[in-house]
Design a protein around this ligand. Structure first.
Ligand code: MN
Length: 250
């Protein structure tokens, strides 16, 4: 099979190298990844400045843009044909609950799903103070999930979000199917002053807690499971649609 790999940590990140190593036995690997870190880039496309693609190695390109740019360029220009599966990661840090709306890793998988391709995002769940990073554990889970996508195709437009505990492979309880949960972050804003006396900000607080919702991703990973969550780009709130029909015109 032909596999297209992407990430949001950049083409030189350890996670995408581990992903390539884990998936290479399954077929031909293509890598189209950002040349610099794009974490939290979400689904942005670069439309107001030129995009450049640098060939790193055979079938490897670094792109001067976002993860979604990489998938767009990979599918529409760089690859000779459609890949069988798109895999994004392995991200340095988990993408659980509402992280999926900010994550460039997840957006790359979603962009592939919007093109009608099977896709998954894979992230390694790091706890504060973790020094060792068990990329190979996440690589093994990624391989199992890609084989699952191959053997049990999902409905068109559905893609997967996978998170893996940062531990040895034999310490993971298993792979658990979960729903998307909710995660709370500290609402942190640092106001600082630059050398010319002007104010600037740094935003983004640390993880506080996963909301304890039964069957969701965050609590499952804290209990030692690798998680796999099916996602889809259709965000329509179906029950609200019915309610809106009660007062709209059609
Ligand atoms: Mn990242």
């Amino acid at each position: 099979m032909d596999l297209l790999l992407c990430n949001d940590d950049g083409i030189d990140a350890s996670g995408i190298a581990a992903l390539e190593e884990a998936l290479a036995p399954l077929g031909t690997v293509w890598v189209v990844a950002p040349e610099s870190e794009q974490s939290a880039a979400s689904h942005a496309l670069t439309m107001h400045k030129p995009l450049r693609a640098h060939r790193h190695a055979e079938r490897h390109w670094a792109i001067s843009g976002t993860p979604a740019d990489c998938i767009y360029l990979g599918l529409n220009n760089l690859l000779p044909g459609r890949p069988d599966v798109v895999v994004s990661g392995i991200n340095r840090g988990s993408n659980l609950g509402n992280d999926v709306f900010y994550s460039g890793t997840v957006a790359a998988a979603m962009e592939a799903a919007l093109h009608g391709l099977p896709a998954t995002a894979v992230s390694l769940h790091l706890e504060p103070g973790d020094r060792e990073r068990h990329w190979a554990t996440a690589g093994g889970v990624a391989r199992r999930v890609v084989e699952g996508l191959r053997d049990h195709p999902l409905a068109d437009g559905v893609f997967l979000n996978v998170n893996v505990p940062n531990c040895a492979a034999d310490a993971v309880r298993g792979l658990r199917a979960t729903a998307l949960g909710r995660r709370r972050y500290a609402p942190r804003v640092d106001l600082r002053t630059d050398p010319r006396g002007r104010h600037y900000y740094w935003i983004g607080g640390s993880h506080q807690a996963f909301v304890p919702l039964e069957g969701t991703d965050g609590p499952a990973i804290e209990a030692g499971w690798a998680t796999v969550t099916p996602l889809r780009p259709d965000l329509t709130a179906q029950t609200a649609l019915d309610a809106l029909r009660a007062w709209s015109d059609a």
